[in-house]
Design a binder for this molecule. Structure first.
Ligand SMILES: Cc1cc2nc3c(=O)[nH]c(=O)nc-3n(C[C@H](O)[C@H](O)[C@H](O)COP(=O)(O)O)c2cc1C
Length: 216
């Protein structure tokens, strides 16, 4: 039996750069177009907190990560009601570093504020959605009880009409996206038989990031 202390070395001064480096390592070998999942926690009026898996869609021009949703979901409603109370977690296993060491990473955005992206950016995002996602955006009442056969009939009819029309599926008004502006980024690294190390970046009043190792 062995035991070691993990140590995160040579991390960049900017947390988004660190995130990008890790994301690249974590998604190496994945097919083109692969989108990593992240867990998004929000404040919910009924349940207090509510979390769910969503897809990480990339970084905005001003370097904040964003995701896409619909206005009828609870995640969207929750973010609109409590925009400055969001948390995000990524967990990546067996990530290889340049020396070939395999380890696991948890990346968290703590105390994040969600900012809805402007309408002008949505068309380009909608154009990249796959067909199933486009149809879902039109026919699915998120979170409502459904009858599978009824929904299937609705789906098949929508698909048939779409194929017959030869026209693109319009972006529904419900389609939207949010970016997240965190107060802290937290990176945890651990491998087998190790005690994890964490590096935390804390946003200072002057807009700079202060970074430090924190205990696991
Ligand atoms: C792999 C995966 C990816 C998902 N991606 C998204 C997403 O990008 N946006 C989204 O609103 N829901 C996504 N969902 C569905 C959510 O997890 C959730 O079920 C749905 O948004 C309803 O959440 P709510 O309880 O906040 O309304 C995804 C689910 C899975 C399993």
């Amino acid at each position: 039996m062995t035991s070691k202390l993990a140590k995160i070395k040579n991390f960049p001064t900017n947390p988004v750069e660190f995130f990008k480096q890790l994301l690249q390592a974590a998604t190496e070998g994945k097919p083109a177009g692969y989108l990593p999942e992240m867990n998004l926690a929000t404040v919910d009026e009924e349940f207090g907190v509510l979390n769910r898996t969503v897809l990480y869609r990339g970084l905005t021009k001003d370097n904040f990560l964003y995701y896409i949703t619909h206005s009828y979901t609870r995640n969207c409603k929750n973010l609109k009601a409590n925009p400055n109370k969001a948390g995000i977690t990524f967990y990546w296993t067996n990530v290889k570093d340049k020396q070939g060491r395999e380890s696991n990473w948890q990346v968290r955005l703590i105390g994040a504020t969600a900012v809805e992206l402007p309408e002008s950016e949505l068309d380009a995002m909608w154009a990249k959605e796959d067909l199933a996602a486009k149809i879902r955006g039109h026919i699915c009442p998120c979170g409502q009880p459904i009858d599978h056969d009824e929904l299937k009939a609705k789906h098949d009819q929508f698909l048939q009409e779409h194929l017959a029309s030869g026209k693109p599926i319009p972006r529904p008004d419900t389609y939207t996206a949010f970016k997240f502006e965190p107060q802290r980024w937290d990176f945890l690294n651990v491998a087998i038989n190790e005690i994890a190390d964490r590096v935390q970046y804390r946003l200072q009043a002057n807009g700079q990031w202060e970074s430090m190792h924190v205990s696991t």
